[in-house]
Structures are given as structure tokens and as C-alpha cells.
Design a protein around this ligand. Sequence first.
Ligand code: NAD
Length: 442
Amino acid sequence: MHEIDQKCGDASPKTLGVHRSPLPQRTQGEENPYENAIAQFDKAVSHLRLHNGIAEALRHPKRELSVTFPVLMDNGDIKVFRGYRVHHSVVKGPTKGGIRYAKAVALDEVRALAMWMTWKCALMNLPYGGAKGGVAVDPKELSSRELERLTRRYATEISVLMGPESDIPAPDVGTNPQIMAWIMDTYSMHRGFSIPAVVTGKPVEIGGSLGRTEATGRGVAITILESMRRKGLDPKNKTVAVQGFGNVGSVAAKTLYDMGMSIVAVTCSRGGVFHGKGLNPYAVIKHLEEGGCVFNFPDADHITNEELLQLDCDVLVAAAVENQITSRNADKIRAGILAEGANGPTTPEADEILNDKGIFIIPDILCNAGGVTVSYLEWVQDLQSFFWPVNEINNKLEGLMIKAFDSVMECAQRYRVSNREAAQILAIKRVADAMVIRGIYP
Ligand code: NAD
């Protein structure tokens, strides 16, 4: 603080050592994730006989917290960051949802992700409502100490909402088990004793669950294999393209490769590689661990993200971010199955085009639900202070994923709707029923 005070004679924000963070831009139209989440909701609700008031209540976030907070940089400057935590629904239990660190984080994105979390938890029959949080920051631009200070400050700012009985965060894009550990430690320090159940996706050493890191990618692979079984396809040598070779995409790729499928292309945000005879995802991961990038993996052709999406392949795994398949490129998608590892990768306009083309879509709230499912198992283990072996976790995950997959297929047939609408119908109905049974307070 002393150093900052010394500079106070100059009123210019720069010489005060304060950086102004730009106001987040509101995304318009097709690429506004919140408007897309609402459009999906309205479509699904039109099949349900919900009381107007119940539908209206579920259409909006329950509560939204927006915070602006300073962080001391390593060079003595103070940088101001903007963060959010949104609870969409608390009807079925405490709220659950990840924390995202990315430059583009904005309130509408967090609202959409929180709403999708409500439906995802309900679809998986987990006793949670949906939440999401985020900070508008590129974590790669911060040192480890700066990232820790930002995380501890953000955790303190949102601690009015967070708690093991009220709101349990987890990792998302740009955050990881170490960041969850700092959040758990910050919360525990404020309370005076260790509270591991306040976050999930923690390192195993401090109450994390075995199998959590791989859970989302494993779940993606499980739903792909179930889809192939339904379509009477043998996975052996079927081709897979993976957009977003991060946590979710890389684990899905490894699992499908182990099942005999051929991973023909993978990308990160800067592009990637293609090989018609198949890539070894373990070798790509080793290349990344040795400091390489996905796009300079040797002995393969360079491919852009747009080209990957348009590949003629059996399965396309969209495991990057929102709005990758839009009305601009949907008619060029040639995959037989689209597995939505990411949240909201397909806009509603694109969804209609893909459905008309007969592409089998595994919707995000089903496809990537493995993560929150094992987060739930982690929370249960933390609350009971009794931990299960990894095979027990993986078996439970597989059972829950297949059960949810089957219920979506059955609902799609019953209502004669797309897989996405079916997943939303099931989930919304469960939350609406719970709301009616609880009654309207007071
Ligand atoms: P990650 O940060 O580990 O990986 C994201 C990958 O996508 C990286 O390879 C990144 O380079 C790439 N990417 C980012 N922007 C891109 C773009 N515009 N085009 C192409 N590639 C791009 O994140 P993750 O945890 O793997 O999450 C990926 C998606 O899965 C997100 O939508 C996230 O919300 C969703 N998800 C994650 C989990 C989880 O447990 N990690 C659970 C459910 C859903």
C-alpha cells in the first residue's frame, strides 16, 4: 500500500498504478448465450402444461452478484477485475456450477451457464440447482502469485453466496484443481476450520474425488458409445474430430481411442492437426506436456477450427466454448453424431439446421453432465468424510449417464421432439414439479 500512496499526487489512473478493466460488451443476437438459453427454454416449455407463473419464475435467474475488486500485481500496480456469481434456481437444493476465468466473461454468459446447470443437474437427478461464476480475466496473463491473489479475493467477494450447504463452485474454462484448492482454503480460513465440501474438482490430497478430472470427458465418451449402440454402429475405426483439446476434449479423445475409434483431428483455440489415418491422443498430450501446441504436433496436416467442424467424420465432439456452430456454418457440418462436450456450442438457429439434416445431437446438458455428476459424488464423499475407490466412482458415473441418456431418448420419442428439447423438457418438468410440491412461499 505504501508504494501506491506515494504516487497519489498524480491523478492519472495510470500513474496511480490502477488499470481500468473495460466494461464487458453485450453480445447481440444469435451469439448471446443467455438469449439462446431462454429460446431453448421457451421451446421446451411449449410442450409442458406449466402454470404461467412457474414458467416465468424458472425463466429468470434467482439471484445475481456482480463484483468489482482490486488485485495487487507483482509490480506493485493495482488492477481492477470484474466478476460474477449467478444462481439460477435453488428449488432442488444448493446451487452447483463452475467458475470461468476468461477475458470474454460477461453477465449474460454467466446467466446462461447457470440456467443450463439447473437443467443439467435436474436431468441427472442431482439434488442441486444451477449456478455459474466467472471473472473477466485471461489467466495466462497473470503470474501464479497474481492468480492466487485474484482467486482468494474473488472467493472472498462471492463468499456471501458460497457455502457447502448453499453454493458449491467447481472448475470450468480457465480454472483448475489448484484454483479450487485456493478457494477452499480461503473459505476455510474465514470460518476457522477446513470445509472441503465448499468446492469440487479439488486435488485429491485435500478432499477431491478420484475420477473427477476425467469425469466430463468420460461422460462425453459414454454418451457417444450409447448413441452408436442405438444407431447400430460398431465404434471400431469410426472417425472422430475433436474441437477443443482441453480437459474435456482430450479425455474424450483418449477414451474413444481406447475403444478403437480413430481420432482424425483435434484443435485448440489457435487451430490444430488432421491425420486421415488417425492421431494418437496420448502422443498429442505428451507433445503438449513437452511445451508444444496442438497446431504444431508433428507429422500431421494443419487444420483450422472451421475446417475441423466441417470434416466428413462419424462423430464431431464440440468441446471448446459457446457459439461454434451457428447459422453461418451449420449446413456445412457433415458428422453423423454431434457430441456437445462444451456448454452451448450450437445456437438455436444452427440447431434447427442440424436437426433438418438428420444429425444425431447429444445435447450439452446430457453430453457433458459427467463433470457435475462426479462433483456431486465428491461433495457426498466430503460431507461423509469417507472416500470411494476410482472404479466405484466410474461405475456410478456410467450408470447415471446411461440412465439419463435412456430417459432422454424415451422422452424424445414420447413428445416427438429433438434430443435437446427432450432433455430440456425432462429437466424443466422435474424442477417445475419440485416447485409446485414445495409451494409458493409465503
Ligand atoms: P479447457 O480450458 O481445459 O479446454 C478448452 C479447449 O478449447 C482448449 O483447448 C482451448 O484452446 C479450446 N478453445 C477455447 N476457445 C476456442 C475457440 N474459440 N475455438 C476452438 N477452440 C477453443 O476447458 P474444459 O474444462 O475442457 O471445458 C471445455 C468446455 O466444456 C467448456 O464449454 C466448459 O464449460 C465445458 N464443460 C467443462 C466441464 C469440466 O468438467 N471441465 C464440465 C462441463 C462442461
